[in-house]
Each structure stands twice: as structure tokens, then as C-alpha cells.
Design a protein around this ligand. Structure first.
Ligand code: SF4
Length: 481
């Protein structure tokens, strides 16, 4: 049997990072990552934070079942939060699902998948929560092409997710969460917070830089409380940032996600002190009303949040702030919602992920009332998103005429005027489509693979010539390096 696999990823950057690690682990064991139509094994990495996650997974598995009909030995593995919740239930409903694994179980998934390939009758469940961070095997294989996530959760910004090219690496620093925000299912599906040792984080970062990573994103559900659990080794998040930032050859450092209640002044200062720490922070606000924040259990208020924003802008005036917002939380009044709009205006987030509240099983807000009617929640969401669109456009417009270093990720979809356009990101994490001034490379605009070998992972100095609705258009002003 040919060991081939294809991964479908839903959810946050944590899931994208997990999928990337699993893909590299399998490749290092002799598996091949292939397009869906050629795969023997399908891995579906799931998320349960937003609406109807089970239905999404069932529909994906149903699609695979239809797709795999007539394909002998169709095999799937389901990982992530929905796997943790439904567990062995997947075996009954979808006989071709032969492995389920939760966020702690993923460390054992490569062994389990090898076992499935050897034994056609094997079925394996890796669902136990562990007391300490389950260290995963070192994977020295270069990063693989990881699928874009299908949607986002309160754990970062999907637009900031790299393609999995080796120039951009994700490194997990912790797992789980202890916060139990009233609406959130993560502590139940990913377990309690477990920090990874600073030595292991640094060792992985060092390897990734040696392999060619120029940008590293440190990942955790709440990185600001890194090291404060039993797994901590006396190194806090600010110190970890300093140690990673000091790695020779690392051009860019990012992190996500950051809970406002735990942000340390030393982390804020780091934005002004560490040259390669990108001026970008995703800082979930969730709601603008103190009463709603209290009911959500977020443990900060408007004043504290605004104080953090002010300190961040003092440390790094060009910092790009993005956020997550929930509208229609139980009990949210029109006045509460107006305060969310007002916070959006005051902070001027460059972008935000906003969602209508939905009940998740087992969370505290399930029992809170009154629920906000759907049509009101929907109408508020549209108003919030309209305001965000205006602010986003104005923020991007203000960058016209400026210059920025852009880390190139892939050929841009835009390929016109006989020029070669490449998509990348500036230090603030904004998407920039850069018109390259060199000769058009073979394959650019058509064969992404061929042109991808040429410029992927290179940095280019670009002048911003036009702001689009959600991205920037730039022109190369100095050759890539
Ligand atoms: S901090 Fe709150 S919203 Fe974020 S993962 Fe933890 S419980 Fe969920």
C-alpha cells in the first residue's frame, strides 16, 4: 500500500500549526503528501469553536465517503476539538474513520497512522488529556504545503497564516487554556494549560531557522500566561520572546493569541526593544461593554484594554492591532453593542474577526439569558463589519506612498500588464501584492510551482502604491534578498 495522505484543516492557527507538524512528521517517515484525488489517507483536523462544527465535519466526511466510493481501503483520521468531543462515535458513524485524536493525542498520531497502514483492521483512539505538554518528535523535514484553514476561531488571524513554506514556521509553546471564558469550549476540548519547556521551544526554533525559516510565529491559546502553569520552568513569555528573537538569522517574530488580562508590561516593552518582533498584535477584545465583558468572564474592562493599547502604541507607534469580537452575547443590549462600536472607533483595529454569538455545548453562557434574537444579532454583526470595513480601508489608505519589507509567500492571483506579481506580507501582517520589476519568470501566474521555487521566502522592499479593500498593492524598489 502506497502511504499517501491529504490533510483538510478547519479552525485556528493552532490547528494549522498542528496539521503542518503532522504533515512533516509523516513525510519524515516516508509518507507522501498528495492531492486529494491521489490520497489513501485523509486527515480532517477539526475545530468546534464556531457554529455547527459537528455538521461541518460530518459533511466533510460524507463528501469523502462519496468521493471514495469505489476506492478500496478509503481511510480517514479525525483530529482536533470535534474529535475530542465525539471520540469513538466517529467509528460507528463512518466506518472508514480509523483514528481519532485530540490535541494532546496528536503527538502519538504518526505512530498510530503507521500502525493503520500495517494493519487493515486496526482502530485507534488517542483522546486522553495529559498533565504536561506532550512533546512531539523532532521533525527535521522541511515544512510542507499546509492547507489554508477553512475558518477562524478566537486564536488568531487566518489571513496571517502562512502557506507552510519553509520561510515561515509555526512553533507551539503551550497547549490548552485555563480561562474558561463563558462562551468558549476550548478548555473542554484542548484541556488545561500546559507550557512547553523553553529549551524545547528554543531548540525547535533554532532548527527551523537553520532550515531556512525567516519568520517564526509562536503559538498558544493564551501565550501571555506561558510558563505560569505546572509545566513552567521559570521562563515567562517576555523572556521567551527575547531568547527566540536573539536567534541568529531570524528576521521576523510573531505570536498569537494574546489574552489582554495577562499581558505583561515586559511583553509590551519588547515591541519597542526587539527589532525583529513584528509590529503586529492580535488582541481579542470580544466586547466593548464592561457589563458584557464581566458576564463573559474576560477579567478586564474597557479602561484596562485601552491602557494596554496606549502602552503598546507608546512602545511601537506603528503597531497594527487586530481583534476578535462577539456580537449578541446573552443579555447584550443596544447600548452594550454601541459601546463595542465605540471601542472599534477608538482603537481603530486594522481588521477584526467578528461573529454572532452561538451556544456551544457545556459552556457557562448556555444557561445565560436573555438570548439575543437572531435577526438582531445579525443586524448588529452587519453594522460592526461595515464600520470595520471603513476603518480597514482608511488604515490601508494611510500607507500609500510608504515603503515596507515584504516577505514573499506565493505568486499573486493578480498577474497582468505582463508583469509578475507576488503576494507577501509586510511586518504588520498586511497582505501586499508586489509588482516585481525583474523579468517575468517562467511559470509565474500559471505554474505556481515553477515560479514558487524562485521567490518564495525572499524579502523584497516595496513601495505601497495603492490601498485595496483588504490588501495593498506595491512595487518593488530594491531586489529581493
Ligand atoms: S482565553 Fe477564553 S476565549 Fe481564549 S481559548 Fe481560553 S477560554 Fe477560550
Amino acid at each position: 500500500m502506497d502511504k499517501t495522505f491529504h490533510i483538510v484543516t478547519f479552525g485556528c492557527q493552532m490547528n494549522v500549526g498542528d496539521s503542518d507538524w503532522l504533515a512533516r512528521a509523516l513525510v519524515s517517515r516516508g509518507w507522501r503528501q498528495v492531492p486529494e484525488e491521489d490520497a489513501w489517507l485523509f486527515v480532517v483536523n477539526t475545530c468546534s469553536v464556531r457554529d455547527k462544527p459537528e455538521q461541518k465535519v460530518y459533511s466533510e466526511l460524507g463528501r469523502l465517503a462519496a468521493f471514495g466510493r469505489g476506492k478500496p481501503g478509503l481511510t480517514a483520521a479525525v483530529g482536533g476539538c470535534v474529535a475530542q468531543q465525539i471520540g469513538r462515535g466517529f467509528f460507528e458513524r463512518f466506518p472508514f474513520v480509523r483514528l481519532v485524536f485530540g490535541s494532546d493525542g496528536i503527538a502519538g498520531a504518526p505512530d498510530a497512522l503507521d500502525q493503520l497502514a500495517e494493519d487493515a483492521r486496526a482502530r485507534i483512539a488517542l483522546l486522553d488529556f495529559l498533565g504536561t505538554y506532550p512533546e512531539r518528535e523532532d521533525v527535521l523535514t522541511l515544512s510542507t504545503k499546509t492547507p489554508e484553514p477553512a475558518f477562524d476561531v478566537d486564536a488568531g488571524e487566518p489571513e496571517a497564516v502562512p502557506d507552510g513554506h519553509s520561510a515561515q514556521a509555526f512553533v507551539n509553546i503551550m497547549q490548552g487554556c485555563d480561562n474558561f471564558c463563558a462562551y468558549c469550549i476550548v478548555p473542554y476540548t484542548r484541556g488545561r494549560q500546559k507550557s512547553r519547556s523553553a529549551e524545547a521551544v528554543l531548540a525547535e526554533c533554532r532548527i527551523r531557522v537553520e532550515q531556512g525559516a525567516r519568520e517564526i510565529t509562536l503559538l498558544g491559546q493564551n501565550v501571555n500566561s506561558y510558563g505560569l502553569d505546572a509545566g513552567g520552568t521559570g521562563v515567562g513569555f517576555a523572556e521567551l520572546l527575547r531568547r527566540v528573537a536573539a536567534l541568529p538569522g531570524l528576521l521576523r517574530l510573531r505570536f498569537t493569541t494574546s489574552h489582554p488580562k495577562d499581558i505583561d508590561p515586559a511583553v509590551i516593552r519588547a515591541f519597542g526593544e526587539l527589532e525583529n518582533l513584528c509590529p503586529a498584535l492580535h488582541l481579542p477584545l470580544q466586547a466593548g461593554s464592561d457589563e458584557v465583558l464581566r458576564r463573559m468572564g474576560r477579567k478586564y474592562d474597557r479602561a484596562r484594554y485601552l491602557g494596554i493599547v496606549e502602552a503598546l502604541r507608546q512602545a511601537r507607534p506603528d503597531i497594527a492591532l487586530t481583534t476578535d469580537l462577539i456580537v449578541g452575547f446573552p443579555g447584550e443590549t443596544e447600548d452594550d453593542f454601541a459601546q463595542t462600536l465605540e471601542m472599534m472607533e477608538r482603537v481603530r483595529f486594522e481588521s477584526s474577526f467578528s461573529f454572532r454569538y452561538s451556544d456551544r455545548p457545556g459552556v457557562a453562557s448556555l444557561r445565560m439569558s436573555p438570548k439575543v434574537p437572531d435577526e438582531i444579532g445579525q443586524e448588529r454583526l452587519l453594522r460592526l463589519q461595515s464600520l470595520q470595513n471603513v476603518i480597514t480601508k482608511e488604515s490601508l489608505k494611510a500607507l500609500e506612498g510608504c515603503e515596507a519589507d515584504v516577505l514573499l509567500e506565493a505568486p499573486s492571483r493578480r498577474q497582468d500588464e505582463g508583469a509578475q506579481f507576488w503576494r507577501g506580507r509586510d511586518p504588520g501582517g498586511r497582505v501586499v501584492n508586489v509588482r516585481m520589476s525583474g523579468p517575468r519568470l517562467p511559470g509565474a501566474g500559471g505554474d505556481a510551482e515553477a515560479s514558487g521555487l524562485a521567490l518564495c521566502g525572499r524579502m523584497v522592499r516595496a513601495r505601497i502604491v495603492e490601498a485595496k479593500n483588504h490588501s495593498l498593492l506595491g512595487e518593488e524598489v530594491a531586489p529581493p534578498w
